[in-house]
Design a protein around this ligand. Sequence first.
Ligand code: MLT
Length: 408
Amino acid sequence: MATINENFLKLQAGYLFPEVSRRARAYQEENPGAKIISLGIGDVTQPLPPVIIEAMKKAVDDMASADTFHGYGPEQGYDFLIDAIIENDYNSRGVDLDRSEVFVSDGAKCDTSNILDIFGLDNVVAITDPSYPVYVDSNVIAGRTGEANEKGQFEKIVYMPCTAENDFIPELPSSPVDIIYLCFPNNPTGAVATKEVLSKWIEFARERKAVILFDAAYEAFITKPDIPHSIYEVDGAKDVAIEFRSFSKTAGFTGVRCAFAVVPKQLKAAGPDGKSVGVNPLWSRRHSTKFNGASYVSQAGAAAVYTPEGKKQTRRIIDIYMSNANLIRGSLAKLGYEVYGGVNAPYIWLKTLDGMSSWNFFDRVLQNANIVGTPGAGFGPAGQGYFRLTAFATEANVKEAMERFSGV
Ligand code: MLT
């Protein structure tokens, strides 16, 4: 009989967001008249900007004619997109990259998980707590952890608590670690890292010969001018960091799928004999073996994000979401909630009422206000007692949700 990867059995519950949806659906079935507003999963609601639609339509037309048809593309992405990424996201911020250092993919979720393929199982992984659940779950599935304890923390993972006490910025680990997941602007807390904070992490990683997996999926939501958008804006980062970016939230691509990872050529990790091995060729090899590239149509749409009109149109949408974030923050603060995030990130992180557990508060908000949020505990044990709201809803829904919140 075939056997399973028993690491799956270590996972404590279903993946967070389907679980949130399941509970919301169950409530809806029991209360068919309830007009539920979802501020749960961070899924965009604004339609794609016209310039992207036009570029994608043109790409579809290309597919209809033998001379412009595209079959398999380069697994690492088309140069027309890679060049636009390098020029607009990196050169413009003083970072030089080679085409071979950018890998286009179908999502940062997959990338932050798949990257683990190229690292040994004996690496000790440090993960912020709370964090995007993919980081922990993927390491569990890969077999890099032991079992979970009663708090839900997996053996062998080094958890780095991020709470109001440390402004949601993790302390440097005091025990040895090899791989470090950092996400700024942070999902779920909305915290951002200054250059000083990132410098400290880069120095730490350089000393320990550790690798930082830097998830920058929300960089487009940064509003403060002095906050770095890329970890490579900080000296030394190319020696230690892989960066993940996505068009999902930046340009409304959650249903289109396009993202990219940057793996600098100078980044090294130890081979079995202790000698340094370049990480970039391994990721390229992994990409070529397990991935056939993001679709031509998605990449054509993504390239349109970087045109002058594309920049304007995507900015307009980001501004709508950030105005929602501002409204959520302000309304909740007025109601007396302790509120974080929402200034440089599309997520608002709040303390539950009366010290309630995150899931109890989820039920209370759903029952009393018919609003779905995401329980902080779903992002890790240190998220217990917190709750996350997303700003990705429509303006009208956010307004209505904030009126209803007074009844929670
Ligand atoms: C979230 O709600 O945390 C994210 O949108 C989920 C995702 O990007 O996969």
